[in-house]
Design a protein around this ligand. Structure first.
Ligand code: HEM
Length: 358
């Protein structure tokens, strides 16, 4: 008798109160409450209607998630706490613990393998006509200041970010929990505070280099020939101050860096602008773009150091060898040539002096 009464009561509750008893409770306990929120696309009552053939209490489903989501209503100011179950959170967690981990390893691993393969195939790209011993000014102090501030802060952000991505799986087995705790704390501070110099350097780079990075017809020629990198040593496409590849890197870093900054700052002030779902989107964009940018910068560092003879001088000392300039940036070299005589170092052979001014 009692059993039948309980069952009748439960069936009445389920039929009469919409999606879940939890919502029903919320509605009852708060008379001024508005309509109870249901999940998007709110599943209808028919989904909740018990089978008339139910024979026991055990057959009644008390909690049936509506599209796997449970959003209630709270009277405290923090409205996001009304979301009790958020299935996207499981998707995001799977991305964070599996997809991002393996995806990053794949992208960075393939990039490093491709660069190694390219080096084995092509070797170091030499200055075909050898060094002239005469130097052409290429970057001013302020241009190099912008470049090195952006690059050093990028490296700090990349390394500290990768501690977040890989630390738990890679560093703990290597250095243990205590050292990892200290490392990740330092990484977190570095990541939070180096973001600002990075963003300032991006704007600085934009100011000093935007005029040299406007896409042009010459870039198409450069891109069509892959910068001459796959051809013989004597082939050098015509280029301006920056070639198509350098322009691509410039815009990737400036635009990609700004997206990193926006998503990063939004994560620094959680929920200030977006809800739970928005935070997950910010994180996915930030971490995927980070891996893409790091891969691009691997290629940039390769070509600026071991990949090409004479390239590092441009950012290292601010001037380049005349033959390097003629071979890699002929258009820029031709414009620059009459402007001022090129300086030969004091210890250069006599043939180097004055020739550049011809
Ligand atoms: C203004 C610039 C930036 C800000 C404010 C910023 C902020 C943040 C924040 C708040 C996080 C979440 C950390 C956590 O889970 O505790 C994060 C993660 C991360 N950031 Fe940045 N970031 C910036 C730029 C960059 C750049 C330039 C890179 C890479 C080149 C980068 C790479 C990463 C990586 C790899 C993660 C870890 C993602 C993960 O594994 O969950 N960030 N960043």
């Amino acid at each position: 008798m009692l059993k039948a009464a309980v069952m009748a009561l439960l069936i009445a509750i389920v039929i009469g109160t919409g999606p879940t008893p939890v919502f029903a409770q919320a509605e009852q306990s708060s008379p001024e409450a508005g309509p109870v929120e249901t999940a998007p696309g709110g599943a209808g009552l028919e989904q909740q209607t018990p089978d008339p053939a139910l024979r026991s209490v055990d057959d009644v489903e008390l909690y049936q998630p509506v599209q796997d989501q449970l959003i209630g209503r709270v009277s405290i100011p923090d409205a996001k706490l009304a979301t009790l179950v958020q299935p996207e959170g499981r998707t995001w967690r799977a991305f964070r613990t599996e997809g991002l981990f393996w995806g990053s390893i794949a992208v960075l691993g393939v990039t490093l393998a491709a660069l190694t393969g390219f080096f084995l195939y092509r070797g170091r790209i030499r200055i075909a006509s050898g060094r002239s011993g005469r130097w052409i000014p290429r970057f001013s102090f302020w241009e190099r200041f912008a470049h090195w501030t952006a690059s050093l802060s990028f490296i700090a952000l990349a390394l500290s970010g990768l501690v977040v991505t890989f630390g738990r799986w890679v560093l703990i087995p290597l250095i243990g929990h205590d050292a990892f705790t200290a490392t990740s704390e330092v990484a977190k501070y570095v990541h939070n505070f180096i973001g600002t110099p990075f963003v300032l350097a991006l704007f600085f780079m934009l100011a000093v280099w935007v005029k040299d990075n406007i896409p042009s017809r010459a870039d198409l020629d450069w891109l069509r020939n892959a910068g001459g990198m796959l051809k013989g040593a004597s082939y050098h496409p015509e280029t301006e101050r920056f070639n198509g590849g350098q322009k691509g890197i410039f815009w990737s870093v400036v635009l990609g860096g700004l997206v990193m900054a926006v998503t990063g700052y939004l994560m620094l002030v959680p929920f200030a602008v977006t809800g739970v779902g928005g935070m997950q989107v910010m994180h996915v964009v930030h971490s995927v773009l980070a891996v893409i940018l790091i891969a691009i910068i691997f290629a940039h560092i390769y070509i600026g150091t071991v990949g090409m003879e004479g390239a590092f001088d441009a950012m290292g000392r601010g001037e380049v060898d005349e033959n390097w300039a003629r071979e890699h940036h002929r258009g820029w070299y031709e414009q620059k040539r009459p402007a001022r005589p090129y300086r030969a170092p004091p210890d250069a052979p006599p043939s180097a002096h004055g020739v550049g001014a011809e």
